[in-house]
Write a protein that binds this ligand. Structure first.
Ligand SMILES: CC(=O)N[C@@H](CCC[C@H](N)C(=O)O)C(=O)O
Length: 368
């Protein structure tokens, strides 16, 4: 397989969670072009399971890749930029998929001793595909004994990786807040309940949660990524909507942050004579790396002379956390050396990381 061509083809067709129809088709066509004697392929919604029969299996090892893109207009200037307007692979899932395909191809050329289950999982960016995929029939039939995954890291040099035992990624919760007041003429503010003003106060007031409510020895993030209110410059907005995300390194702090948000919302309702409704959308469980398997992995990386370093905890989220909650395993960062970071319209991961990633995953599948 030409890994670079594969990555570029996938890069051109980013699709949002559970809409990955073209992506699934391209993945299936590529998998179909590989020798089939050890493979069993089953689709699940827009995702795919591929079971590889091992030569002499003692266990089944799972390897998971996410397959969805983000709602973002690409600004890389690539000649192979996204052909889907307002959609971009800005979180490296084009890399993740290519690495999974590359590792799968190696398994068809040189069979593994153990069984391997590849999971091509939809909707990592939202609303979350890992949790429902765990309940899917193929997962029951081929349930892995261990599982691992990777995520690209723009801040690390290409041809390096990083990992740590224990907590790697945060608990997350999406945040959607709807304000409803009374609109009207811009010249008569006293006859309205202005939701632009209420939502603006709310955005600044919730900054106090991390600064003044959360124990400083804990970590939390409250981010509003989108504000929407009003229709035109001379009409006072009747409604406003905020969209954001919460991140914490403990489940208890997540509950506390949500309680504080509710209190501020109730205060806003009284102060502004309006209603404020909070919806927490999808929530992801923290990514917690199994200590034993992580040290088996790092020992293997040492033995094979891969360049790895100890990772820091990150406030990113990953629904792979749900898989790790049920199946022992780990996630690691793969360096891709891009000036622009994850979720940026100019993210440009270095393609030399593809072959390196495939080698790391393949060796781990053969040796774990
Ligand atoms: C690795 C990464 O960037 N993951 C996403 C996961 C999204 C979780 C959810 N949609 C949310 O925004 O809370 C991230 O934003 O960390």
């Amino acid at each position: 397989m030409d890994y670079i061509a594969m990555r570029r083809a996938l890069h051109q067709i980013p699709e949002l969670g559970f809409e990955e129809v073209k992506t699934q088709k391209m993945l299936l066509e590529t998998i179909d072009s590989m020798p089939q004697d050890r493979l069993t392929v089953e689709t699940w919604r827009t995702g795919i399971f591929v079971f590889v029969q091992g030569e002499n299996p003692e266990k089944t090892i799972g390897y998971r890749t996410d397959i969805d893109g983000l709602p973002l207009e690409e600004k890389t200037g690539y000649e192979f930029a996204s052909v889907h307007k307002g959609r971009m692979h800005a979180c490296g899932h084009d890399f993740h998929m290519t690495i999974a395909l590359g590792a799968l191809e190696k398994m068809t050329e040189t069979p593994p001793q153990n069984n391997v289950l590849f999971l091509f999982q939809p909707a990592e960016e939202g609303p979350g595909g890992a949790q429902p995929m765990l309940e899917a029939e193929p997962m029951k039939k081929w349930r892995p004994d261990e599982i691992f995954a990777l995520h690209v890291a723009p801040e690390l040099p290409a041809r390096t990786l990083s990992v740590k035992p224990g907590l790697l990624f945060a608990n997350t919760s999406e945040l959607f807040i709807d304000f409803k007041g009374k609109g009207g003429h811009a010249a008569y503010p006293h006859k309205t309940k202005d939701m632009t003003v209420a939502a603006s106060y709310f955005v600044t007031q919730i900054q106090e949660i991390v600064a003044r409510r959360v124990d400083p020895l804990e970590s939390a993030v409250v981010t509003i990524g989108k504000i929407e209110a009003g229709t035109v410059q001379n009409i006072i907005a009747e409604t406003a909507r905020l969209e954001g995300t919460l991140r914490t390194t403990s489940g208890t702090v997540m509950t506390e942050v949500k309680e504080e948000l509710e209190k501020i919302a109730r205060g806003m309702e009284i102060a502004n004579d309006c209603s404020v409704e909070i919806d927490y959308g999808s929530n992801y469980y923290q990514v917690y790396n199994d200590e034993t398997l992580t040290s088996t992995f790092t020992a293997l990386m040492d033995e094979l002379e891969y360049d790895w370093r100890e990772a820091d905890r990150a406030m990113t989220g990953e629904d792979f956390g749900y898989m790790l909650k049920e199946i022992p395993g780990f996630m690691f960062w793969l360096g891709v050396d891009s000036e622009a970071g994850l979720h940026q319209a100019t993210l440009k991961p270095k393609e030399e990381a593809l072959e390196y990633g495939i080698a790391v995953v393949t060796d781990t599948l053969y040796r774990l």
